[in-house]
Design a protein around this ligand. Structure first.
Ligand code: M6R
Length: 615
């Protein structure tokens, strides 16, 4: 969580850092700050609130001049969001200034030690402790900033991406990484620092992604020097060529990133299977999978670890993997898995799913699975992310940057990848008939068209949203493949509209949640043509008998549920196994419109951040 940006070079750093912070606000947005070196002094402004609030403050308080600077947008861990706890933080002498994404777990003991040596602290943050530890080491051991940072980081426990500079040495910035991402953009005698490449994409296509436990001294007029924090070994940097373009990270005429990303789904689902799914030829070929197919087909079981929406995609995969490939699957919250003592053997395959590729709990689950000898396969969206590097192999979803905090296209593209893998394994194992396999390939290839059609119902869904926007509670029900969709629909509504919503398997309703149903309760039921159709119709009858308001997702042409429901949201007919890819669409739109009507911050809902790099 938290976004960091830095610059050193020949340009004015202020506008570049401010724009960069705006692009990183998806990572946290409860406070923001900037520090610039103006040629003789550090100019620092910081405030509770968003980057626009910082701009207002900077207009009044600082010159905004300078070719070196660092900026931060925060998601609070230690200390409430307020001006003082915002980053950057000065050291006691006022000579060093730091930004930090992550957590220093042993900050309390270090703070006590520093207090005993006369240091004074103004904030409640762990970061202010770190900058003063660096200062103490620098002074006591009479070492340069880079060395002091290295010694300090060997004393701390936790996670960090940091950037720090010394006003007495204004031609360099020192950066380091463990657990939180840090990219360095390489320009023409200028360097950019950021949590991801989006802040500098219009200036350079060349970037170095620091690995965990690496640090770099970035000095003007000299090539970048990267070292291992622990043993000081020099590392030859690998320069990535960035594929990102500026259009991908702008709203492109939509009011919100979330809406843009919902509407991108037909094209990004196609990007996900492009070159991997050759429906006419009956071929699925996934780069990172081919050589590991024996591991999957011989696995005792597949364990899927993920969080949030990615976990819901994993639940969908549980159905397809078991149904088609006949491999037992367990889907685990990464945060629970890692803190148990799970039984994992070398015959297990672990699939880690993560849009950001940075989620701390998922990363920890991967490390645990690797320690226990399992083969670990990653499904990530962000190219070069930590999870994509930590796994033995994996597949990218190619959904492009997802900036809205609420995941939309990440979910459907994750399901697309997982569906292809399940089909491939089933085909190799011979557990799916040729005709069923071919039919699914063709239907998967047609999904972008079906999603387009589902999106055409946007106007009707908006009207439904206007009827229910003031309801304080919602229930979401689905069965089989659409149980995870019900969970995902409820999560979407909760996170962006702050309305309480629960997702349940429809049949479970009678074991408790039915007590909640009265004439005030909207119940969103996924009631598409499926093996469970009659059973879901019975569930709808039960809701109706208790006067609940029924909003049903139905297959185009449905008449039975239409008769019973108060409102319907139609989706095109697809095989039941692929329905999550289309039934999700109206639920995304419903939550989006409700949140907009309630005047909520759709792209940056309160208390959330896009990548959760804390445990
Ligand atoms: O980046 P990841 O897929 O690992 O993120 C996992 C969750 O934090 C994420 O899906 C979260 O639940 C989203 N806000 C859901 O919209």
């Amino acid at each position: 969580m938290c976004g960091i940006v830095g610059y050193i070079g020949h340009r004015e750093a202020y506008p570049l850092i401010i724009n960069g912070l705006k692009r990183l606000e998806y990572r946290g947005y409860d406070s923001a700050g900037i520090a610039l070196y103006d040629g003789s002094n550090i100019q620092l402004a910081k405030t509770k609130g968003k980057v626009v609030d910082l701009e207002e403050k900077a207009d009044k308080e600082i010159t905004k001049k300078g070719n070196l600077g660092i900026g931060h947008t925060r998601w609070a861990t230690h200390g409430v969001p307020n001006d003082v706890n915002s980053h950057p933080h000065y050291s006691n002498s006022g000579e060093l200034v730091i930004i930090h994404n992550g957590i220093i777990e042993n900050y309390a003991s270090i703070k006590q030690e520093l207090i005993s040596r006369g240091y004074v602290f103004h904030s409640d943050t762990d970061t202010e402790v770190l900058v003063n530890l660096i200062e103490e080491i620098k002074k006591k051991q009479d070492v340069k900033l880079g060395k002091a940072v290295q010694i300090a980081l060997n004393e701390v426990v936790g996670a960090y991406a940091i950037a720090v500079f010394d006003q007495n040495k204004p031609n360099e910035i020192v950066v380091a990484k463990l657990g939180s991402p840090l990219a360095i953009g390489l320009g023409n005698d200028e360097f950019f620092i950021a949590s991801d490449a989006s802040p500098f994409i219009e200036y350079t296509n060349n970037a170095i992604y620091l690995e965990d436990e690496q640090m770099a001294v970035i000095r003007l007029g000299r090539e970048i020097r990267i070292r291992k924090i622990k043993n000081d070994t020099r590392i030859k940097p690998f320069v990535h060529e960035l594929k990102l373009n500026i259009e991908q990270i702008e709203k492109g005429g939509y009011d919100h990133f979330m809406l843009k990303e919902i509407y991108e789904q037909p094209s990004v689902i196609k990007d996900t299977y492009r070159g991997r799914l050759l429906a006419d030829q009956g071929i699925i070929k996934i780069g990172g999978l081919e050589e590991y197919i024996p591991k999957f087909v011989n696995a005792d079981r597949i364990i899927i670890v993920a969080c949030g929406t990615s976990w819901h995609a994993g639940l969908v995969a549980e159905y397809t993997f078991e149904d088609w490939a006949r491999i037992p699957v367990e889907v685990e919250y990464a945060s629970e898995f890692r803190y148990r003592n799970p039984v994992i053997t070398e015959k297990d395959v672990v699939i880690a799913i993560s849009q950001s590729g940075e989620t701390a709990d998922t990363l920890a689950a991967i490390k645990l699975a690797k320690e226990k000898g399992a083969f670990v396969y990653g499904i990530c969206n962000v190219v070069g992310s930590t999870i994509s590097r930590e796994t033995h192999s994996g597949t990218y979803t190619h959904a492009g940057p997802e900036i809205g905090v609420a995941s939309t296209k990440a979910f459907t593209t994750q399901i697309t990848v997982l569906t292809m893998i399940a089909l491939k394994l089933a085909h190799v194992k011979g557990t799916i008939s040729k005709s069923d396999y071919m039919m699914h390939l063709r239907e998967l290839d047609a999904i972008p068209v079906y999603v387009e059609k589902a999106l055409e119902r946007n106007g009707e869904i908006k009207e439904i949203a206007s009827v229910f926007k003031d309801s304080p509670n919602f229930l979401y029900l689905g069965r089989g493949y659409n149980f995870p969709v019900a969970l995902e629909g409820a999560l979407k509504l909760k996170e962006i509209s702050y309305i309480h919503a629960e997702g349940y398997p429809a049949a479970e309703m009678k074991h408790g949640p039915i007590a909640l149903i009265d004439e005030q309760m909207p119940v969103v039921v996924v009631a598409i043509n499926s093996n469970h159709y009659e059973k879901v119709v019975s569930n709808i009858q039960e809701i109706k008998a208790r006067k609940g308001k029924i909003i049903a997702v139905v297959t185009q042409g449905d008449t039975v549920v239409r008769e019973l429901a108060d409102f319907v949201m139609e989706v095109p007919k697809t095989p039941e196994t692929l329905t999550p890819l289309v039934t999700t669409i109206p639920l995304q739109l419903l939550s989006y419109h409700i949140a907009v009507m309630l005047d909520k911050n759709v792209d940056q809902p309160r208390n959330l951040a896009k990548s959760v790099t804390v445990e």
